[in-house]
Write a protein that binds this ligand. Sequence first.
Ligand code: FES
Length: 137
Amino acid sequence: MARHVIAPVDELPPGTRKFLTIDERPIAIFNIKGEFFGLLNRCPHQGAALCEGPLIGLAQSSDPGEIEYTKLGEIIRCPWHGWEFDIRTGQSYCDPKRFRARAYPVNVEPGSAVVKGPYVAETFAVSVESDYVVVDL
Ligand code: FES
């Protein structure tokens, strides 16, 4: 699994999302109350751009007339047919056993761990073989 640097944390404040393509896969990165999550931007139902839908909460009821609204801003509703998925896990609330959005792990790391720098030029190994200078790319 290759690591990909997405953005400085400051560019993705809580409640926002960032769309990008990694290895030809459309992915959205969400900041949910300071925690980061990645989701494939393709609905497992019929392929809509899932992550362009609204962020909502989860309405649950244990008794008739009693509705509890939880997970505010942690559920994404597909813009095509309204199926709902948990951003933290990709779980569908329409058909949890058959449909799940692909979730990706996202970490926050100090800049020094992802960028050697500042201003480090790319270098290549150069050696001398017989009378020739050889570079390894
Ligand atoms: S394509 Fe997403 S709910 Fe149908």
